[in-house]
Design a protein around this ligand. Structure first.
Ligand code: BGC
Length: 797
């Protein structure tokens, strides 16, 4: 027995039942109870997929905002995933965070999924390989990773109650595979159980999946925590293998679990096992008898080195979808007009619990302007949001100090001021247990930072009882958030009016205290203008330029936790904007600022499309580097893009009678496409050309590897991702391996692509079987560009 295990034994022996049970529910939203008696420090958790936000939902510490998961996955590179894990570990250490709640390794089952931006890909092997590297990157530096959400959590509609109906074979071969790979190769110290049900049983009570597959068959020795507020039972969840209820301090375990043990419904040894796993986690992250001191000597998020790292991570994952007449990289001369609201208000991240507070976001307009100088002009585009956000940084000033931000004043029931503080942002979160939560009312006040009088949309954001006052306007209103966990933070409602304001106009909003977790903020933005006027200004500017760069995309209204899309169409009048600009400009390049597929009805009318993802804090600098070719956008798509709404093997995310049938079975994503999509999984042009030569297979019962010669036949250095697919007889085609290669122009390399046996199995009658050799192997740049086809003989050796 190791030192850690004997220490854990002693600790368990030293605690009484109440003491043990207390540890098994969080102490707050993102912390666990310390227990000095056994030298257990407070453990701190933080959301993680795109940056380590810390323990506050909004307005917390400023941290790195990374490119989103799909943009990182588009590198198709485990070294990149490991680099990201290591970066997150540094950010965690700087904040005293022990456990990062990521990566998200659910799959892109249907393109409507609102949360796909957090998850790597539609392919289980690619997802699993990236997860392994990411987990190792974090844990090698002593910070726990938490792959989530276990299991079959691919959509958001009714996410806490819906049942994903998935046959056993599909579960094993597709949805479990990334978790299986992560457990086998990286041993994540924690895993998060999802909100949904799987075949009728809720994930936090799913004994067959948690006790059976994860802890039993795979021998997982880490901790299984619930998703936030997901646990709804006492004995059923405790007996199913769930180890920790999050968050706390209130929850269905506590006294009820003590009573359940006393009543014989839960064995005390089961409680001990949960405590053992919790203490094991503590031991692994240095929170058990370690004295609590951790290194915080890391690069600040706005340090030149970090910024360069984040810029490259974003730019290299960007993907060239179309490039007619080599309009990209942009020519060294000529007038460039940059058009679109996404150019000026670039979307750097998706919505929900993955959100972080970055030091800055470089807009695409600023990025291109600083790269190309005075040959660039910028024109705003059409509206892209239904609802406004809280005011942008710089739009409000504290009326007392004049600093950017707002003043927050708390009062008691008699109206006496308790506290008055300056905050830098335009919104705060209530219900996190801080100074804002001991008041009867919370007042937000600010002056509008205008330089000249103007027409503005102003108002309040967040659920609750409000009294809002501005010059010439006064109203009382109650706003409601949609239900579901975190609804008041994930989807805060807004109430706005359009008014004419003078510089310095004062806004005051008072909300009455209530017990709920909610965002409250002040809204100001320019009053909306008609689409026709915006399009005509863009067309006029496009005629005068040599190249128009139109930046379009999605916002957190589509790419967010807690809600799915209903269409892949770009919101608002963006399609009309692109078509009108393409008709007017000599050449048109479209930059899409979104993580997940959108429809492109204008595709034949434009010269190039750069898929830019949600690029994080250095967004515009990365887009500029990709457009100019300073960095090759060498990404390859990680999901298949439909040409029309409804196309593809799986579409709707709306459960029927509470159930969502995964009817396509194992034929997920590109595996199940019967028609030509807009772009295949694996597609991406980069900036050079590639020739494929001789190829050969090595087999040994399985396909072990494929060796192929590739030549950079273009005139620039570039990176190719050699993809190997297998189409076994009678089974869907599947990715079995890939390898990246960087080559100078004119060079040839012999590339060995290792092929993974775990996608060469099938699950039959409760056991794995090898798929028989046969069918054909395809060496391809996505299934739309197959370069070599190799028959696989059944007797091949
Ligand atoms: C999300 C998790 C997240 C948790 C904590 C939940 O709503 O589903 O992914 O880690 O909140 O913020």
């Amino acid at each position: 027995m190791t030192d850690l295990e004997s220490r854990i034994d002693k600790a368990i022996g030293a605690l009484d039942l109440e003491g043990k049970v207390r540890l098994l529910t969080g102490a707050a939203l993102f912390t666990l109870h310390p227990e000095p008696g056994v030298e257990l420090d407070e453990m701190v958790f933080s959301d993680g997929p795109t940056g380590v936000r810390g323990t506050q939902f909004a307005g917390g510490r400023i941290t790195c905002l990374l490119p989103n998961a799909t943009l990182l996955a588009q590198h198709w590179d485990t070294a990149t995933a490991a680099e990201v894990g290591a970066l997150l570990a540094d950010e965690a250490a700087a904040q005293g965070v022990h456990v990062v709640l990521g990566p998200t390794i659910n799959l892109h089952r249907t393109p409507l999924g609102g949360r796909l931006f957090e998850a790597f890909s539609e392919d289980p092997l690619l997802t699993g390989a990236l997860a392994v590297a990411y987990v190792k990157g974090l844990q090698d530096k002593g910070v726990a990773a938490t792959p989530k959400h276990y299991l079959a959590n691919e959509s958001e509609v009714d996410r806490t109650t819906m049942s994903s109906e998935v046959d056993e074979r599909t579960l094993r071969e597709v949805y479990l595979l990334p978790f299986e790979m992560a457990v086998a190769e990286a041993n994540p110290w924690a895993i998060m159980a999802s909100y949904n049900r799987i075949n009728g049983i809720t994930a936090t009570e799913h004994a067959p999946l948690v006790e059976g597959v994860l802890k039993g068959e795979w021998g997982y020795d880490g901790l299984v925590m619930s998703d936030w507020f997901a646990t709804t039972s006492t004995a059923a969840s405790a007996n199913a293998g769930l180890d920790l209820v999050m968050p706390g301090p209130v929850g269905p375990w506590g006294d009820q679990l003590v009573a359940a043990v006393r009543a014989g419904e839960v064995a005390e040894s089961t409680v001990d096992e949960h405590v053992r796993r919790l203490l094991r986690l503590a031991g692994r992250v240095g929170a058990l008898g370690a004295g609590g001191e951790r290194s915080s000597d890391v690069l600040p998020p706005d340090s030149p080195q970090r910024r360069e790292q984040l810029r490259l991570l974003a730019a290299r994952g960007m993907t060239v979808l179309v490039n007619r007449g080599s309009v990209l990289p942009l020519a060294a001369e000529g007038k460039v007009v940059v058009i679109g609201r996404h150019a000026t208000e670039t979307i750097a991240q998706g919505g929900g619990s993955a959100q972080v507070r970055p030091p800055h976001v470089i807009s695409v307009a600023d990025g291109i302007t600083s790269a190309l100088g005075d040959r660039v002009s910028v024109v705003d585009g059409v509206e892209i949001r239904r609802e406004p956000l809280s005011a942008a940084p710089g739009a409000l000033r504290d009326p007392e100090t004049g600093e950017l931000g707002m003043r927050v004043t708390t009062r008691d029931a008699a109206g006496a001021v308790l506290e008055s503080r300056h905050v830098e942002s335009s919104e705060v979160v209530l219900g996190e247990g801080g100074w804002l939560d001991v008041a009867a009312t919370v007042e937000l006040s600010a002056e509008v930072a205008l330089t000249e009088p103007g027409r503005l949309q102003i108002g309040v954001r967040g659920p609750g009882e409000w009294e809002f006052t501005a010059p010439g306007h006064h109203e009382k209103v109650r706003l409601h958030a949609p239900g579901g966990p975190g609804g008041g933070v994930l989807h805060p409602p807004t109430r706005t009016v359009d008014v004419h304001l003078e510089p310095g106009a004062r806004l005051t909003a008072v909300t009455t205290a209530e017990e709920s977790f909610r965002v409250v903020g002040l809204v100001t933005r320019k009053a909306t203008k008609p689409a026709a006027a915006a399009i005509s200004a863009a067309v006029h500017a496009a005629r005068e330029a040599d190249v128009a760069v139109v930046v379009v995309g999605l916002t957190q209204e589509q790419e967010t936790e807690g809600e799915d899309k209903i269409s892949l169409a770009l919101p608002g009048d963006q399609d009309a904007l692109v078509a009108a600009v393409a008709a007017a400009a000599p050449r048109t390049v479209v930059v899409v600022n979104a993580a997940t597929p959108v429809l492109m009805p204008w595709l034949d009318q434009v010269d190039a499309v750069l898929w830019a993802g949600l690029p994080g804090q250095e967004a515009g600098a990365a887009v500029a580097a990709a457009l100019t070719g300073e960095v090759e956008p060498a990404g390859r798509l990680v999901t298949t893009f439909p040409a029309r709404d409804g196309d593809g093997p799986a579409w709707s995310t709306v459960p029927v009678h509470g159930e969502l049938a995964y009817a396509e079975g194992t034929a997920v994503g590109y595996r199940g496409w019967r028609t030509e999509p807009l772009f295949w999984f694996g597609h991406g042009l980069g900036y050079t050309e590639w020739g494929y030569g001789d190829a050969a297979l090595t087999t040994d019962g399985h396909i072990r590897s494929v060796r192929v010669e590739v030549t950079n036949t273009g005139d620039r250095a570039g990176r190719e991702v050699v993809q190997v697919y297998w189409r076994p007889e009678g089974e869907p085609v599947r990715l079995i391996g890939w390898a990246g290669v960087d080559l100078e122009p004119g060079r040839t390399a012999r590339v060995d692509v290792p092929c993974d046996g775990r996608v060469q199995r099938r699950w039959v009658d409760g056991a794995w079987q090898s798929l028989p050799l046969g069918g054909e192997v395809l060496v391809a740049r996505g299934l739309g560009d197959i370069r070599v086809t190799l028959p696989v003989r059944a007797d091949q050796s």
